[in-house]
Design a protein around this ligand. Structure first.
Ligand code: DX5
Ligand code: ZN
Length: 225
């Protein structure tokens, strides 16, 4: 089972992003997860394309950009130009989700749909054959360091089933409250990309925390917590 570790820069030191990115990459980060918030869809603000562009300049792994914004169609092009390799948009804000997914793909980026904890898996039914990845939010989006919502584990299983039924081997990304204590269970449920903010950058040693999260994710069943 191939698991990708995607440290979320939301928990990094924004005045020392280069240093924190390098530490996560030394620890084996496969992707860097970049959280974009607009103060409307979620009650918080983060960054825009210029910062993503600067991150792209120093990063050596692909950028996984999570758009927690209303009207993402207005901005996807700017984020792809800034260097996003993957873009996730929220199903909750898109009446024309199919169009947006095709648009992201036409720009050359991997296109994913994110769903909030209260959004049913069924919201993905008609788009399951088209997505490159699905992002299952395991906390309510907006902030790092929140507690993992246990129900998300069975939700990942249901998303896997839906994608399989559509004949799509798309990745499933889980985001929110992921750490060494739940990583293996989430992988067993079908997650293939683990996003982690506080578990990595909240620790004193982001390099080691990245490595430890992968080890925990791949631990044999008998060692799983
Ligand atoms: C939350 C963001 C997450 C956040 C996760 O809205 O989408 O990517 O950084 O943070 P942790 O891993 O600290 O829960
Ligand atoms: Zn995120």
């Amino acid at each position: 089972m191939n698991v990708l570790i995607a440290p979320s820069l939301l928990a990094a030191d924004f005045a020392a992003l280069g240093r924190d990115i390098a530490a996560a990459e030394r620890g084996g980060a496969d992707l860097l997860h970049v959280d974009i918030m607009d103060g409307h869809f979620v009650p918080n603000l983060t960054m825009g394309p210029p910062v993503v562009k600067s991150i792209r300049r120093v990063a050596t792994v692909p950028l996984d950009v999570h758009l927690m914004i209303e009207e993402p169609d207005r901005f996807v092009e700017a984020f792809v130009e800034a260097g996003a390799a993957m873009i996730s948009v929220h199903a909750e804000v898109l009446p024309h989700l199919h169009r947006t997914i095709q648009f992201i793909k036409s720009l050359g980026a991997r296109a994913g749909v994110a769903i909030n904890p209260s959004t049913p898996v069924g919201a993905l039914e008609e788009i399951a054959g088209d997505v490159d990845h699905v992002l299952v939010m395991s906390v309510n989006p907006g902030f790092g360091g929140q507690t993992f919502i246990p129900r998300s584990e069975s939700k990942i299983r249901a998303v896997r089933q839906l994608l399989n039924a559509a004949g799509n081997h798309a990745a499933i990304e889980v985001d929110g409250g992921v750490d060494s204590s739940n990583a293996a269970r989430l992988v067993a449920a079908g997650a293939t990309i683990l996003v982690a903010g506080v578990a990595i950058f909240g620790s004193a040693d982001a390099e080691r925390a990245t490595r430890e999260l992968r080890e925990a994710a791949l631990a044999p069943v008998s060692q799983r917590v």
